[in-house]
Design a binder for this molecule. Structure first.
Ligand code: WQD
Length: 338
C-alpha cells in the first residue's frame, strides 16, 4: 500500500519506515523537523535502498496536506507527528492541544478531502493514568493526568467518532508503553534534542560521557526495589506493530485501541544493571526524590494485539540495551555528528 507517515523522520517513525518498506509498502514522509533532522531520511534510504518520498511541512497546514494527498494518493496514514514531552505539556498546554489535537483534526479533514479512510494513530499508555489494576488491558479506565496524555485521549475520541461516521473507515489506536532501543545497523536511534526526559537515552548519554550521572527519581515506590517499574518495548517491535496494524486496517473498520507492550516490566535499577552489562562499564547514579506525576508501575496486557493483529514483541531486555549502546557509542552526538 501507499502509506503516508506523518512525523516519519522521528525516532519511531524512521524505524517504522524501514519495516514498512521491508514488507513492500511505498512510503511518504511529512515532517516539519521540529524534533528530527533530514539526515534521518538519508540513513533510512541508505539502509533500505528504497524510495522515500518526503515533504517538509506541519501537519496543521491544510494546503501542504492537500499537496501531499494529491501527489502521493495515500491508501493509509500512520500519524506520528506530535509533541511528546510530558513536563513541557504542563507548561505549554495550548501548544500541545494545538499540535496534537488540532493537528489530528487537520489531518482528518485532509484525508476526507482525499477519500483516504485508514489511519494508524500513535497513542500512548499514558491515557490510562494511575492504574486501577495491572497489567492494563484496553478496558482499563482512561484517566490521563498530564496534558500530553489528555491530548492523546482526545485524539483517540475524535478518531473513534470519525470512524463511526462512515462504516468504511478504520482507525487503529496503538497505545505504546515505553519505546527504547535502536535499529540493528546502529545507523538510526533515539536522539533527544535537549536533555533527555526519558530513562534510556539519559543512561546512554551517561555511558558515552555526555552526562555526569543518572538521577534516579524516587526509591520509595511500592515496587520490589523501590524504583519505578515500566514495560519497555524495543522500537523495532513497536515499528512492526504498525505494519501489522496496516494489514489489520485493510480488512477491519471502526476504531479500536491496542496495547503495544511486552507484558514484562523492569525497574529503573534493572535498566541500569542491564545497560552496564551492555556497555561493560558502571553507570554513575544519584538517588533523588520522585519526579512529579510519575506512576509507580506500568505493565501492558498485550493479549488483544497478539490475538487480533498477530503481533508480539520478540526483543528482550538485553537486545534493548545492547542496541541502544551500539547506536549511542557509534553516534555519541546523535545525528549532529554526521
Ligand atoms: C521511566 C522511568 C522514571 C528519567 C513517558 C511518557 C510516555 C512516553 C515515554 C512519549 C520512571 C525513571 C526517568 C530519569 C529516572 N512518552 N527515570 N531518571 O515517564 O514512563 O513515560 O515517556 O511517547 O507516554 O509518559 O518514561 O523514561 O521518563 O521514565 O529515574 O532521568 O524511569 O521515574 O520510573 P515514562 P521515562
Amino acid at each position: 500500500m501507499r502509506v503516508l507517515v506523518t512525523g516519519g523522520a522521528g525516532y519511531i517513525g524512521s524505524h517504522t519506515l524501514l519495516e514498512l518498506m521491508a514488507q513492500g509498502h511505498e512510503v511518504c514522509v511529512l515532517d516539519n523537523y521540529s524534533n528530527a533532522t533530514p539526515e534521518v531520511l538519508n540513513r533510512v534510504r541508505a539502509l533500505s535502498n528504497g524510495l522515500v518520498h518526503d515533504y517538509i511541512g506541519d501537519v496543521r497546514d491544510a494546503a501542504k496536506l492537500d499537496e501531499v494527498m494529491q501527489d502521493f494518493q495515500p491508501e493509509a496514514v500512520i500519524h506520528f507527528a506530535g509533541l511528546k514531552a510530558v513536563g513541557e505539556s504542563q507548561e505549554k498546554p495550548l501548544l500541545y492541544y494545538d499540535v496534537n489535537v488540532s493537528g489530528t483534526l487537520a489531518l482528518l479533514h485532509a484525508m476526507e478531502r482525499a477519500n483516504c479512510k485508514r489511519l494508524i494513530f500513535s497513542s500512548s499508555a499514558t491515557v490510562y493514568g494511575e492504574p486501577v489494576y495491572l497489567p492494563y488491558d484496553e478496558a482499563h479506565p482512561t484517566n490521563p493526568t498530564s496534558v500530553y496524555g489528555k491530548t492523546k485521549l482526545i485524539a483517540e475520541q475524535i478518531l473513534t467518532d470519525w470512524a463511526a461516521a462512515d462504516s468504511t473507515r478504520a482507525a487503529v489506536l496503538l497505545r505504546y508503553f515505553n519505546p527504547v532501543g535502536a535499529h540493528a545497523s546502529a545507523q538510526i536511534g533515539e536522539d533527544p534534542k535537549d536533555i533527555p526526559n526519558n530513562l534510556m537515552p539519559f543512561i546512554a548519554q551517561v555511558a558515552v560521557g555526555k552526562r555526569e550521572a543518572l538521577q534516579i527519581f524516587g526509591d520509595d515506590y511500592d515496587t520490589p526495589d523501590g524504583t519505578g517499574l515500566r514495560d519497555y518495548i524495543h522500537v523495532v517491535d513497536l515499528a512492526r506493530a504498525h505494519v501489522a496494524a496496516i494489514a489489520y486496517a485493510e480488512q477491519a473498520t471502526g476504531a479500536r485501541p491496542f496495547n503495544i507492550g511486552t507484558g514484562q516490566s523492569y525497574s529503573v535499577r534493572d535498566m541500569v544493571a542491564a545497560f552496564e552489562r551492555a556497555c561493560g562499564a558502571a553507570i554513575k547514579t544519584q538517588q533523588v526524590g520522585r519526579r512529579e506525576g510519575d506512576i509507580a508501575a506500568m505493565q501492558a496486557d498485550a493479549t488483544r494485539a497478539n490475538a487480533e493483529l498477530g503481533w508480539k514483541a520478540t526483543h528482550d531486555l538485553d537486545a534493548m540495551t545492547a542496541s541502544t549502546w551500539a547506536w549511542q557509542s557509534a553516534n555519541p552526538d546523535g545525528y549532529d555528528g554526521s
